[in-house]
Design a binder for this molecule. Sequence first.
Ligand SMILES: NC(=O)c1ccc[n+]([C@@H]2O[C@H](COP(=O)([O-])OP(=O)(O)OC[C@H]3O[C@@H](n4cnc5c(N)ncnc54)[C@H](OP(=O)(O)O)[C@@H]3O)[C@@H](O)[C@H]2O)c1
Length: 261
Amino acid sequence: MKITLITGASSGIGEAFARRLAAEKHDLLLVARSEKALHELCDELMLTHHITAHYMVLDLTEHGADAELWAETEKHKFEVDWLINNAGYGSVGDFSKLDRENELKMIDLNIRSLVALTHRYLGPMRERKSGKIINVSSAAGFQPIPFMATYAATKAFVSSFSEAIAEENAPYGIQVLALCPGSTKTNFFNASGIDRPIQVKGQQTVDDVIETAMKAIAGGRRKVVSGFANKVGAFLGGHAPHFLSSWAMAKALRSKYQGDK
Ligand SMILES: NC(=O)c1ccc[n+]([C@@H]2O[C@H](COP(=O)([O-])OP(=O)(O)OC[C@H]3O[C@@H](n4cnc5c(N)ncnc54)[C@H](OP(=O)(O)O)[C@@H]3O)[C@@H](O)[C@H]2O)c1
């Protein structure tokens, strides 16, 4: 049975992907830690769209979580046809003062788990000569961001990795997309301990982001930034000398996080 696997589907962009793809008749396997949210979403989507929706409760920062997920898909003979690596979180603050374990767990989720799942499901996709992988990156990945140093670097990794494997796997009929949202109305800021979105004006909705992603998939794209203002920001951030864009980004946050400097 062909299935679309979405990580971080209990809220935000992942939930919106689940809703959109269920409406397009994808059968789903949803992953996150919040059992109640996953259970309720699966029930609703099955009832509304007459699809099959499974869920698995997993903490993807745990080493070995990818093996557990793989075992589950093997047990049910699921062929993961679309893989959406979406689960992620961030942090903000003076790096030297941030919680070290939390920074490392962010790398485990935003990078390690994404690489492990991509590696596991690419093999069978290549044998079938079909498959789509959407790796949720960020407009934050186009430049170093002081006071969001680890998060921005994880997303730079996600974009670079995704573009590289997009090229490697194009001859096998597999499309890989790095989806780069800008500031989007979700639980992300709360979950990341950010007291208010850094860019409040012009925040996108999850539906804006999903629309961008679906058009990019249909258009065979490998990387897309969602929203015009975010495209401009990403272009400038990516093309300006990094010492300059870092200085500009830090200007807004230094007084808050290094008030003594
Ligand atoms: N919102 C934005 O402004 C924005 C901008 C650019 C990029 N992004 C990216 O978009 C992606 C989705 O974020 P969002 O904005 O939709 O935020 P969100 O509403 O907080 O969603 C994050 C999802 O990841 C799951 N998750 C978190 N930690 C997990 C873990 N250890 N194991 C498994 N699942 C975990 C959460 O579920 P549980 O808590 O139930 O586990 C939730 O379903 C992230 O990769 C984020 O970096 C967001």
